[in-house]
Structures are given as structure tokens and as C-alpha cells.
Design a protein. Structure first.
Length: 136
């Protein structure tokens, strides 16, 4: 494991969370997404999620972030979790499920799971509003 990986492990990140952070899993953007949305959390970290949706199923997703290892690992995990899910299923994912999927992150980084979840919820709401003609 790299020096950065060892430091993150000492901080309380699981090996899976470290791997997702170091390999930047699901990081990037999608050309011509059905929707994208950006959200800035209370800590100042910012995440943008891109979704490709067909028949209310998330066919592809990516994210970009300005933030810490917690933001990247949480975003990576959430994107893994939502691919192939319906919008309704994706909306129900909780912070706890994201953290469990990762195998743990430091307690002081739980807000990062919240950041990714809120960014996803905002994107889904924006997508639904675009289909109904509502602006919010």
C-alpha cells in the first residue's frame, strides 16, 4: 500500500474506501447527460453528479468533486450503488448504506456520504422537474 493509503488507513478509512479514492473510481463526466447537478456541503466540499437515464433507470453515472478523500470515496461508492437502479431505488439510498458499502470511513467524514446523497437527490429532482416542466 502507498504512503497515502497507509495514512488514510490510520485515519480510519477502509481499504475499499482508500482504493476508490486512489483509483478515482467513477470520477469524470458524461457527455450529454440527461441531467447533472452540483451541490456544496456544509464543509465547503462540492460535488457534481452526471446521470444517463433511460426509462427511469440510471444507465450510467459519473461525478466530479472538489474535496477530500471522504468526498471522493463516498461519491465513488454512491455511483457504484446507483448504476442499474431505478430513480426510486436510488433515491432511497442512505448515508449509512454508502458507509457500509465502503466498509467504513472516519466518523468526522460522515458528512461526505451526506454530500454525495444530497447531490444525487438534487439531480433526480432536477430530472423529474424537467419532465414535468417544473422549475426548482
Amino acid at each position: 500500500m502507498s504512503e497515502v493509503g497507509r495514512l488514510l488507513e490510520k485515519s480510519g478509512y477502509s481499504r475499499k474506501a482508500i482504493e476508490y479514492y486512489l483509483k478515482k473510481v467513477n470520477v469524470g463526466r458524461i457527455e450529454n447527460p440527461n441531467v447533472s447537478s452540483v451541490y456544496t456541503g456544509s464543509c465547503g466540499d462540492t460535488m457534481k453528479i452526471y446521470l444517463k437515464i433511460e426509462f427511469n433507470v440510471i444507465k450510467d453515472a459519473k461525478f466530479q468533486a472538489i474535496g477530500c478523500a471522504g468526498a471522493y470515496s463516498s461519491g465513488s461508492a454512491l455511483i457504484e450503488m446507483v448504476k442499474g437502479k431505478t430513480l426510486k431505488e436510488a433515491e432511497k439510498i442512505t448515508e449509512k448504506e454508502i458507509i457500509n458499502f465502503l466498509g467504513g470511513i472516519p466518523k468526522q467524514k460522515i458528512h461526505c456520504a451526506c454530500l454525495s446523497r444530497r447531490t444525487l437527490q438534487k439531480a433526480i429532482k432536477k430530472y423529474r422537474n424537467s419532465k414535468t416542466g417544473t422549475n426548482t
